[in-house]
Design a protein around this ligand. Structure first.
Ligand code: URA
Length: 245
């Protein structure tokens, strides 16, 4: 617990420093402009090509020690023009073996949730805060998050989703630059700022599917499903009557 708080503090300090020196605000309501970034005018093919470039960089990345410990990096995958982006913490053993995000048990549950939402996995983008598996699935260290985060920030900028679903505390806390618990954050829309002059992107934190598997109570499943119904409603998509039981 103590360790988690320290990591979060270091990442927060780094992000605040970056914001101070670049004027780039990750959150806050004060920066508003109609000005659009070039990414907003990119074609789907151009977006896909940019994402491919990032994936190539991730696959070659040696910015932290995880780069030499991985079997495969896991850059993320999905629709380059997705309306929803799911963001987890980092790859586990199955993801490391295959080089694809959310393909283990937690991924199978995520697939079920996406299907229950009336969507296909290929219609969303699925990524992670860190792109390489920490040994023994330990928590990522602050330096690893700081080295890796720019890849995710660029992916979000290019995809420019309408909603980011942050799966679990590490993703939510990192993207929102907060130390609040997932219990406090989930179920409410927050704002993620992808850069100067860009409107905020709505971010819905919810429980990670791995947490849900470990704590598979009807109450927790209902909470996640309620969060996903809010996401669908916000996008103007049909909200199925019955979620997963
Ligand atoms: N958990 C994550 O956070 N990400 C994955 O890709 C798989 C499991």
């Amino acid at each position: 617990m103590e360790k988690e708080i320290d990591i979060n503090k270091v990442v927060r300090q780094h992000l605040e420093m970056e914001q101070f020196f670049t004027g780039f605000a990750l959150k806050g309501k004060d920066i508003k402009s109609e000005q659009q970034k070039p990414e907003d005018n990119m074609t789907n093919a151009e977006k896909a090509a940019e994402l491919e470039k990032i994936a190539d960089e991730v696959n070659q990345c040696r910015k932290c020690s995880l780069g030499s410990l991985r079997t495969n990096a896991v850059p993320g995958e999905g629709d380059s023009n997705a309306r929803i982006m799911f963001v987890g913490e980092g790859p586990g053993a199955d993801e490391d073996a295959q080089g694809r995000p959310f393909v283990g048990r937690a991924g199978q549950l995520l697939d079920k949730i996406i299907t229950a939402m009336g969507l296909k996995r290929s219609e969303v983008f699925i990524g992670n805060v860190i792109k390489c598996r920490p040994p023994e699935n330990r928590d990522p260290r602050a330096d690893e998050i700081i080295s890796c985060l720019p890849y995710l920030q660029r992916q979000i900028e290019i995809i420019n989703p309408e909603i980011i679903v942050a799966l679990g505390a590490p993703a939510a806390k990192t993207l929102l630059n907060t130390n609040k618990s997932i219990g406090q954050l989930r179920g409410l829309f927050h704002e993620y700022y992808a850069g100067l002059g860009r409107p905020p992107i709505k971010l819905m934190p919810t429980y990670h599917t791995a947490y849900l598997l470990r704590n598979y109570s009807q109450e927790n499943r209902k909470r996640v499903w309620e969060d996903m119904k809010k996401v669908l409603a916000e996008l103007g998509l049909p909200v199925p009557e019955h979620g997963r039981k």
